[in-house]
Write a protein that binds this ligand. Structure first.
Ligand SMILES: Nc1ncnc2c1ncn2[C@@H]1O[C@H](COP(=O)(O)OP(=O)(O)OP(=O)(O)O)[C@@H](O)[C@H]1O
Ligand SMILES: [Mg+2]
Length: 343
């Protein structure tokens, strides 16, 4: 364990939408989890041609022979060999930014619901990328640490991490998870609902990137009297040509009703299943929102309205998990970190 202080330490949030890496406690990489591949003549294996930002630009824009893939889906690995490739590419990118570096200790945050097989697969990828030792940490624990919460106390705390693929709801105390639920309703599902609404209401087809832009620019999870509207462009279903349309925050709210209701129901179930002592702690401390979805305008107000709890949005919600992993690596020597598994 002593070597942990000499070797480089890397904490990775391998997310469905974004991968973030902290290297020796500093943010060293923030890239979309996207890989562009091309068929390899005479082989079933694909050749990787771009990773991260460059590959994201290709999403929905590739010619026949090239494909831009998001290898993680719903918070888990959908394409194993591409995920491995992406992870190795990112780890190398971080390590290359320094001179010769000894093998790093790597900590990877995994969704609470990840299976043993998925956990082993993630570990193997990091070992193949040159990691000396690999630790795994459950995402809600990392999210809480990264949001600055003290989870070592017996007082209960609640975190809701709304990512791209999954929303994880967790109640923790004494460095452990007392209750957790992971639902496959998060940023990606919000985007899909916006695509559907634009198609139904405006008779226009838009891609994932435009839907995301709409959500970020005029998105809304709670009724307000302020009207926000903007013009976007998609392809008219009837004409087949580019067409402009006006989207409002009220339409976005309408589109998001179903996934937001699912999220609220899951939060309510979590509160019902929480032991009463911890419930009263949560009533006192409130809930912390992390993950990119926490930036959806009005989401905090909606959760407050439906649960009566105080809701806090973490500072830099997109960075909480990777940052929390980095904090956990620092704690390894100081405390008995039951939440880290080296298995
Ligand atoms: N301003 C914003 N308003 C609404 N949503 C946003 C905003 N900024 C980012 N997002 C959403 O946050 C999501 C990405 O968040 P995050 O990086 O936490 O996910 P992830 O960790 O990659 O996914 P997961 O945890 O499910 O594996 C995307 O769906 C993105 O659209
Ligand atoms: Mg995440």
């Amino acid at each position: 364990m002593l070597g942990l202080f000499k070797s480089p330490r890397i904490s990775i949030d391998l997310g469905t939408v974004n991968t973030l890496i902290y290297f020796n406690n500093k943010l060293a990489l923030d890239e979309p989890s996207v890989v562009a591949v091309r068929d390899t003549p005479g082989s079933r294996e694909k050749t990787v041609i771009a990773v991260g930002k460059e590959a994201k630009l290709m999403l929905g824009r590739t010619p026949g022979s090239i494909e831009a893939i998001r290898p993680m889906k719903d918070g888990v690995i959908a394409d194993f060999s591409i995920t491995k490739n992406m992870l190795q590419h990112f780890i190398k990118q971080v390590l290359h930014s320094g001179f010769f570096t000894p093998s790093p200790y790597v900590l990877i945050c995994v969704p609470y619901g990840a299976t043993q097989v998925e956990r082993r697969a993630i570990k193997e990828s990091a070992v193949e990328a040159g990691a000396k030792d690999v630790f795994l940490i459950d995402e809600p624990i990392a999210a809480a640490l990264g949001a600055g919460m003290d989870i070592s106390q017996s007082s209960g705390c609640m975190v809701i991490d709304i990512g791209g693929g999954t929303s994880e709801i967790a109640i923790m105390s004494l460095n452990g998870v007392v209750y957790a639920d992971s639902l496959r309703v998060a940023g990606d599902a919000f985007n899909e609902e916006i695509v559907k609404l634009v198609r139904a209401k405006h008779k226009i087809i838009i891609g994932e990137n435009t839907a995301e832009k709409i959500k970020e620019e005029i998105g809304s999870a709670f009724k307000t009297s302020t009207v926000k509207q903007r013009t976007y462009v998609g392809r008219g279903i009837a004409s087949g040509l580019p067409e402009k349309f006006i989207m409002t925050n009220i339409q976005v709210l309408e589109a998001l009703t179903i996934p937001l209701n699912a999220l609220i129901s899951a939060i309510r179930v979590a509160l019902e299943k929480t032991p009463p002592e911890l419930s009263s702690d949560i009533a006192e401390n409130g809930v912390m929102l992390t993950g990119g979805g926490a930036l959806l305008s009005g989401l905090d107000l909606l959760i407050k309205d439906k649960t009566n709890l105080d809701v806090h949005v973490a500072e830099n919600p997109l960075g909480c998990v990777a940052r929390g992993g980095s904090i956990a690596l620092d704690l390894i020597n100081k405390q008995h970190m039951a939440f880290l598994s080296a298995e």
